[in-house]
Design a protein around this ligand. Structure first.
Ligand code: NAD
Ligand code: TYD
Length: 330
């Protein structure tokens, strides 16, 4: 059985990935437990014989090397600061973890002769696109500190293949949705606010478009790329479900049974990317395509937040409250 070092496994996508594949791989989860890292996300697999949790920072060379010494075959680097709005408030944290932390991991992977290194990048590295779809060969044009930091790591991973021959694969998923997403992001924020009858702060006019990918589909793509991804190559993982923020908001209102009076138009995000959209041709050729129906998976996701208040209420009354107050002054 292969042994994986998964970083950032207490976050949204990492925890979904570990739960999905814990029977197939031995997994060491290295996570710093920032505000976004939540042990409750993996409470159900605590004590599983294939699972080990290490609390630590990917920027810490010593702890990273201690993890590599556990006989790791492949690394999947999910660990990152991930929220665009926070990157506008505290860009330095993003440069540190997303760029420098990825460098520390790549160096250790080189030193320990790791077989595969998957760098989880993002569709945001391309910047916005008004019409058409981005291909992997298109120019990268990140437009905020989050996407710029992720681009740094994306290109660094590619350079470690080109320069040192490390087997790196770069994964560029579109916006994920599903259970266990920190309620600062659009879907869990609006769903949990709607449940409480609180306002839904739409940036600008709500016409921005994201391509929504169910987290399980993303995890399946990542797992497939672990064996089928070619060295040094990047792969788009698009959801093929483009929706405006207003369409997402209306779906949340419908499922939670609230009306449009709770929508609140607020000042637009600075440098707000208008639209993200990916061409999936390259990954389709490897045999992957998203298999979850958007309306069904989206409704299931909204209902998960409705049925799991015990998961998000402690978050929203803790660190999140401080962040929201700093952002909106309320
Ligand atoms: P998340 O914010 O929910 O979780 C991030 C995790 O990384 C947390 O558990 C946190 O504790 C951990 N972490 C942060 N800094 C760390 C450090 N220095 N050392 C160790 N651990 C650290 O993020 P997510 O939404 O699960 O995203 C996972 C990855 O996927 C990220 O690299 C992100 O850029 C990428 N991505 C996310 C999306 C999305 O829609 N969520 C889309 C495309 C790409
Ligand atoms: P988000 O979930 O932060 O993901 P990203 O910015 O990485 O795509 O935001 C998704 C979209 O929703 C984006 O266009 C910004 C918008 N948005 C709002 O309108 N209001 C909000 O409170 C949030 C968090 C996001």
């Amino acid at each position: 059985m292969k042994k994986l070092l998964v970083t950032g496994g207490m976050g949204f996508i990492g925890s979904n990935f570990i739960r999905e594949f814990i029977e197939k791989y031995e997994i060491v989860n290295l996570d710093k437990l920032t505000y976004a890292g939540n042990p409750a996300n993996l409470k159900d697999i605590d004590g599983h014989p294939n699972y080990e949790f290490v609390k630590g920072d990917i920027c810490d060379e010593k702890i990273v090397e201690e993890c590599m010494e556990k006989g790791i075959d492949a690394v999947i680097n999910f660990a990152a600061e991930t929220h665009v709005d926070r990157s506008i408030m505290y860009a330095g944290d993003f440069i540190q973890t997303d760029v420098y932390g990825s460098f520390v991991l790549l160096e250790a992977a080189k030193k320990f002769g790791i077989e595969r290194f998957l760098q989880i990048s993002t569709d945001e590295v391309y910047g916005e696109i008004e019409v058409g779809l981005f291909k992997e060969t298109d120019q990268l044009n990140p437009r905020n500190p989050y996407s710029a930091s992720k681009t740094g790591a994306d290109r660094l991973a590619s350079s470690y293949h080109n320069t040192y021959g490390l087997y790196t694969v770069i994964v560029r998923p579109s916006n994920n949705y599903g259970p266990f997403q920190y309620p600062e992001k659009l879907i869990p924020l609006f769903t949990t606010n709607a449940i409480d009858g609180k306002s839904l702060p739409i940036y600008g006019d709500g016409s921005q478009i994201r391509d929504w990918l169910f987290v399980k589909d993303n995890c399946e793509a990542i797992e497939m790329l672990l064996s089928k991804g070619k060295a040094g190559e990047a792969y788009n993982v698009g959801g093929e479900n483009e929706r405006t923020n207003m369409e997402i908001t209306k779906k949340i209102l419908e499922v939670t049974g609230k009306d449009e009076s709770i929508i609140k138009y607020v000042e637009d995000r600075p440098g707000h990317d208008k639209r993200y959209a990916l061409d999936n041709t390259k990954i389709n050729k490897l045999g992957w395509k998203p298999r979850h129906d958007f309306d069904e998976a989206m409704e299931r996701t909204i209902r998960w937040y409705m049925e799991n208040e015990g998961w998000w209420r402690p978050i929203k009354s803790g660190e999140f409250k401080k962040y929201y107050k700093e952002k909106y002054g309320e």
